[in-house]
Design a binder for this molecule. Structure first.
Ligand SMILES: Cc1cc2nc3c(=O)[nH]c(=O)nc-3n(C[C@H](O)[C@H](O)[C@H](O)COP(=O)(O)OP(=O)(O)OC[C@H]3O[C@@H](n4cnc5c(N)ncnc54)[C@H](O)[C@@H]3O)c2cc1C
Length: 474
């Protein structure tokens, strides 16, 4: 949709008037009570730091590999409160933040990465069934929609790239075909990946994983931040406010929060992504949009929206702005960004004018661990006793399970089908220190906005960064 048509002045602010400033997914009676904090010292074989998907999958996969392994997980607040409980719920097979990014960065191993990603998504679906993870998992696929003429060509190119690689990457939908699936006057074309993406309730996945871990014997302490990590004898020690954990190995799944390994911090720029949730649509409004097959959707601009329908027929509408704060700080007060909510709400009614009058029930944001290549990176510290997986950017719902397996491979010192990958062995380019970091990110964002306005044409600055392999995305 042409930017000129998006005039925030015409936006019906009323739709936001009742929006609760908290993540819809976490505002649920199924939210489990917090577990007690660690008081005193603990000893274990494997310490997992972080109770998002990364940490929870790591603990679960470690138990699946070796049921007798003694595992402790510490979480600074409550399992699933951060990105894992407040994301869009798009669980994608892609480990490379999409095929085009994978092709640009790892052409030689892209087919292997696609296969591993597809197996990872299948394994998540199998775990949902095996552990009874009640998270509204639906393998609906995702449609990437074109909303500007140049994006139609991009969507066709993406279809051709997948077909050229012999991948089941998607089916091109012309304007009528995409509007027959989900009706918006903004849609000009679409690419439907039918199998590579599932929709789920993000917080319920985290809560289900927490329950499954505990059932397998993982000891979880909440409201227990790890404040320092050091080598200790043949293992490591992690300090917490009321005690220490001594472990042979530690796995860090701390995402956008400052890593306990300082040298890793420059690789991450935490950015805030935001979303709105509507009230449930009644049958008449639902009929006006279609959406019978309940796919996830996203548009293909640099500043993109993602949107989907929930089990109770609400529309989640998120994305567009990517907000970075000076010093890459992560703070509770950054979760909310009214200017972004206004912009998102305005865009929503432009995409779905037939939903005029619908109100938003929730508005929220959360931090993403953006890295300059958009796909996760891995490493070890403290003589191989500590492993980390970071940089999932905006596509970690599925990839964190893969990351968990990589961390366990690295800690075991095993060469596996994962550890030999260039994706696993290499790191992204780091972000420069401040003030250059914020200045550079600001410049990139302005260039991306201009590219969206000018038929996708990237300026010299973006093209130079592309050549260097340095990107900024969510
Ligand atoms: C608004 C939003 C929308 C998104 N939408 C999607 C989407 O649709 N699809 C997708 O694939 N991805 C999406 N993402 C990204 C996805 O949610 C993340 O990639 C994923 O949840 C990362 O999981 P994680 O466990 O690494 O991080 P988190 O869920 O952030 O968990 C990290 C945990 O570590 C804890 N922690 C940090 N430091 C310490 C410490 N020192 N001691 C103890 N605990 C610590 C934190 O408290 C936190 O609970 C979105 C993210 C956001 C914010």
């Amino acid at each position: 949709m042409a930017r000129a048509a998006m005039n925030p002045g015409s936006f019906p602010l009323r739709a936001l008037a009742d929006a609760e400033p908290r993540p819809f997914w976490l505002d649920d009676p199924a939210r489990p009570r917090a577990l007690p904090a660690l008081v005193g010292d603990e000893r274990c074989d494997l310490l997992v730091v972080g109770g998002g998907y990364s940490g929870l999958w790591t603990a679960l996969r470690a138990k699946e590999r070796d049921p007798g392994r003694d595992i402790v997980l510490i979480e600074a607040q409550e399992a699933g409160w951060a990105a894992s409980g407040r994301n869009g719920g798009f669980c994608a097979a892609s480990l490379t933040h999409g095929l085009a990014n994978g092709q640009a960065r790892w052409p030689g191993e892209l087919l292997r990465l696609e296969e591993l990603g597809a197996r990872n998504l299948d394994a998540i679906e199998a775990a949902v069934a095996r552990y009874g993870l009640d998270c509204d998992f639906e393998r609906t696929g995702e449609i990437t929609v074109a909303t500007a003429p140049h994006q139609v060509a991009e969507v066709r190119e993406a279809a051709a790239l997948a077909a050229g690689l012999g991948l089941d990457g998607g089916e091109f939908l012309d304007r009528d075909a995409v509007r027959a699936e989900v009706d918006s006057p903004a849609f000009l074309a679409g690419l439907w990946d039918r199998t590579g993406v599932a929709m789920l309730h993000p917080a319920k996945l985290a809560w289900g994983l927490k329950r499954a871990c505990r059932a397998l014997g993982v000891r979880i302490y909440e409201h227990t931040p790890g404040t320092a990590l050091s080598s200790r004898g043949p293992g490591v020690a992690v300090r917490t406010p009321y005690g220490r954990v001594f472990a042979r190995h530690a796995a860090l799944g701390t995402n956008a929060f400052p890593s306990l390994i300082r040298r890793v911090r420059p690789y991450i720029a935490p950015v805030y992504d935001h979303a709105l949730m509507t009230e449930p649509l009644d049958a008449e409004r639902l009929a006006a949009v279609g959406w019978r097959r309940r796919q996830g959707l996203s548009d293909s601009a640099n500043h993109f929206h993602y949107f989907r329908i929930t089990a109770d027929h609400r529309v989640l509408w998120g994305g567009y702005d990517i907000v970075h704060h000076y010093g890459s700080r992560v703070r509770a007060e950054y979760d909310h960004h009214p200017a972004t909510y206004r912009r998102l709400a305005h865009h929503f009614f432009q995409y779905f004018p037939q939903l005029a009058g619908v109100r938003f029930s929730h508005a929220w944001g959360g931090a993403i661990d953006t890295c300059s290549r958009f796909s996760p990176f891995f490493g070890t510290a403290h003589h191989g006793r500590v492993a980390y997986a970071l940089g999932f950017t905006g596509l970690g719902v599925g990839a964190t399970r893969f990351g968990a397996d990589v961390m366990l491979d690295l800690l075991a010192g095993e060469r596996t089908e994962r550890t030999g990958l260039e994706l696993v062995r290499t790191k992204p380019l780091p972000f420069p220190p401040e003030p250059v970091r914020s200045l550079g990110i600001g410049l990139i964002q302005r260039s991306m906005t201009r590219a969206d306005e000018r038929g996708g044409r990237r300026d010299l600055w973006l093209r130079a960064l592309d050549r260097a392999g340095f990107g900024f995305d969510s």
